[in-house]
Design a protein around this ligand. Structure first.
Ligand SMILES: [Zn+2]
Ligand SMILES: [Zn+2]
Length: 268
């Protein structure tokens, strides 16, 4: 009985997510998802006005290995303790307006925002892949899987939506079921930095052997513990290398936040 109720609940949530997808598709075609400014008729940007796109991709020098702001690649931390992934592609820092869009995407039942976020991330991914030796196989795109409970609550895996849209844009294959969660654990966002690594370690396993490089997608990278654990599982399954691509990297605490371009002059 409880299972039937859960299945019904999940169906409703998926149906709501589907309606939200269509509704947000319409809204994205009309207004910027960063500042809600309406697009001019005939204009067809992919969800972003120019100032918002500049704001979310505003780049500081970053360590290409871990994605944190640094003038060195690898940064001193990566030199001391190299992560299992070889590269991290970052769209921008987790700050306005990007943090607000990601929260709407994850918690506001606006799954279509994943397409706009993937569209903004795609040029950086294409650029990173172009720097790889031409003899390398193209990567397969894999998303960080959600725990079943959270997938049932949300109705969609936000990282998989980004991965699917990104794979289509970059002409790459997608392996939607390559990674599985072995256990749910606590949501990483609810834990302190020091508690995240033990919570997520050994939480993933590859569903099948892998023989090509992986482009691993997550929405937000904070300590990197999730991507480290997932990368280890992929490498253990035979993937020759892992490159991470994330929408947002939490900024280092000493960085000055960028101005919130979503607040236009005269707006409350
Ligand atoms: Zn905008
Ligand atoms: Zn680094």
């Amino acid at each position: 009985m409880i299972n039937i109720a859960r299945q019904m609940g999940r169906r409703w949530r998926c149906a709501i997510a589907g309606v939200a997808l269509q509704t947000t598709d319409l809204l994205l075609a009309r207004a910027c998802c960063g500042c809600s400014q309406a697009f001019a008729p005939g204009q067809a940007p992919e969800g972003w006005c120019s100032p918002c796109l500049r704001a979310i991709t505003c780049e500081r020098p970053r360590c290409q290995r871990c994605g944190l702001p640094s003038h060195h690649t690898p940064c001193p931390t990566c030199q001391a303790t190299p992560p299992p992934f070889e590269h991290t592609v970052v769209l921008g820092a987790y700050q306005p307006p990007l943090d607000r869009v990601i929260r709407a995407f994850k918690f506001g039942r606006q799954p279509a925002l994943g397409r706009a976020l993937a569209a903004a991330l795609a040029p950086s991914v294409t650029q990173a892949l172009a720097q790889r030796p031409p003899t390398r196989l193209p990567p397969i795109v894999v998303a960080i899987p959600l725990a079943n409970e959270r997938l049932a609550e949300r109705g969609y895996n936000q990282s998989l939506l980004i991965a699917r849209a990104l794979a289509a844009r970059c002409g790459l294959g997608l392996s939607a079921g390559a990674l599985r969660r072995t256990r749910a654990g606590q949501p990483q966002s609810s834990l302190s930095r020091s508690a995240r690594q033990p919570n997520i370690a050994h939480a993933f396993v590859a569903a099948h052997p892998l023989n090509q490089p992986v482009l691993l997608i997550d929405d937000v990278m904070t300590t990197g513990a999730t991507l480290v654990a997932a990368s280890r599982a992929l490498l253990e399954a035979g993937a020759p290398s892992v490159t991470c691509a994330v929408i947002a990297r939490t900024p280092a605490p000493d960085l000055t936040p960028l101005p919130d371009v979503s607040r236009r002059p005269g707006s409350p």
